[in-house]
Ligand binder design. Structure first.
Ligand SMILES: [Zn+2]
Length: 423
């Protein structure tokens, strides 16, 4: 793998909010050799390939912290309905689109039919383009949990396990499949008839079994926890990344703050906003969704994230893209929510997407910032997201996405390979 020097760039290293007006990034053997001011670059051999960024913005690749590559841009109540061969093709497409949107890492929060593992392996082998994927498998939940469909659990899509030993067996089966992540449901969803937020769907013994077994096997565990009680249960038993955390009380905030060195929270608010805005087209009118509590949930999330920021708990972008109202590839919309709803500056939202997401995605600290020795995962952007994060939503502004030192361009074209024989 040869070296590449990107010069004449505006460089956002992602360590803090600073943007270097005249910056250089030197990539060597898939790693960052230098990222910083052009005036301090070590001497570059004359043979090294150079790319003149012409003043474009260079930033670390982003992390989608709560991805479902098995989602097929369908109605929220009709997800994962496609047969396995089609689902796999969709997932391959979704991975390419996510990378093309500037996301070089992703943390799976569950994949129906276990699509993630072969997909991760194919991405790592260079067979298909996609982000570095911390892969999970099917969701783990109890009977009558949000993982359990109204007609009973479809085991191709979920794992329903009750009792510590059944849960340990389920987690061991995920280790056998070589998962990186175990996704567990600790409470429910307002739209669910029998498992609303606030009803704990696992007991403490069951959560303890799931977390300890996952950790023994070298996997991390992520939870769906909307209520303060389920967040506390997750923190108490050592869950690594908490999804949603919409409703927090003083005790929950204090517990998260005490564990902020190791724990991450991803509000995953996009689909709820989209549900209220566009639900009418889906037969889910706003009045009905408000009656179920979704507006209140958004309001609570806004005040919860404010408290998490004050407590310096790391908050991650992303979550539940891949519905018809939140299609894959629109994931950068989350940064806009972080600015508009949570009151962050554009640069702060960008740090959530890069530095903090990277810390969650790769526990060895190899992604999320442009620093010497880290993986060369970066995005070349036409525009300045520290002034307006919305520039990241327009794929035309994503000039190139580098992962592991390899620059990908044209990923958003569904068929980027044109045979010379077809002309
Ligand atoms: Zn999710």
């Amino acid at each position: 793998m040869s070296d590449l020097v990107i010069h004449n760039a505006r460089v956002f290293c992602g360590v803090d909010e600073e943007v270097l007006d005249n910056g250089t990034v030197w990539v060597s053997n898939g790693l960052i050799k230098y990222a910083g001011s052009s005036t301090d670059v070590p001497e570059i051999d004359s043979g090294v390939e150079r790319y003149d960024a012409e003043g474009k913005f260079v930033m670390p690749g982003m992390t989608e912290s709560h991805v479902h590559l098995s989602y097929n841009n369908a109605h929220p109540q009709q997800l994962n309905n496609q047969p396995l061969p089609i689902a796999m093709l969709d997932a391959v497409d979704n991975a390419r689109v996510l990378l093309g949107s500037g996301f070089t890492s992703a943390i799976s929060f569950g994949s129906a039919q276990g699509l993630d593992i072969p997909l991760r392996d194919a991405i790592n082998a260079g067979r298909v383009p996609g982000p570095r994927l911390a892969a999970s498998d099917r969701d783990l939940g109890s009977t009558g949990s949000n993982a359990d469909g109204a007609s009973g659990g479809d085991m191709a899509k979920k794992i329903i396990a009750d009792g510590p030993w059944a849960i340990r067996k389920a987690v061991r089966s995920l280790a056998k499949k070589r998962c990186d992540i175990v996704k567990i449901f600790l409470d429910g969803e307002a739209i669910s008839a029998y498992a609303p937020p606030g009803v704990l769907t696992y007991s403490d013994e069951e959560v303890e079994a799931a977390v300890s077994e996952a950790h023994i096997r070298g996997m991390r565990i992520v939870s769906h926890s909307r209520s303060a009680e389920s967040v506390k249960q997750a923190v108490r038993h050592g869950v690594d990344i908490i999804g949603h955390a919409n409703y927090l009380d003083d005790e929950a905030v204090a517990m998260l703050e005490a564990e902020r060195h190791r724990i991450f929270v991803g509000p995953g608010i996009a689909w709820e906003i989209a549900l209220l805005d566009k639900g009418a087209q889906l037969g889910l009118p706003r009045e009905d969704m408000e009656r179920l509590g979704y507006q209140r949930e958004i309001d609570e999330t806004i005040s919860s994230v404010k408290r998490l920021r004050e407590s310096k708990v790391r908050v991650l972008i992303g979550g539940d893209y891949g519905l018809n109202i939140t299609p894959h590839g629109t994931n950068a919309k989350d940064l806009e929510y972080f600015v508009d709803l949570f009151g962050m500056s554009d640069a702060e939202a960008l740090l959530c997407a890069t530095r903090d997401g990277g810390a969650a995605a790769n526990t060895e600290g190899m992604v999320g910032t442009l620093e010497e020795g880290k993986y060369a995962d970066l995005v070349v952007v036409d525009g300045d997201p520290t002034i307006d994060v919305r520039v990241l939503q327009d794929h035309d502004n994503i000039v190139g996405v580098m992962k592991n030192g390899v620059m990908h361009c044209g990923l958003m074209q569904s068929n980027p390979y044109v045979s010379p024989f077809s002309q």
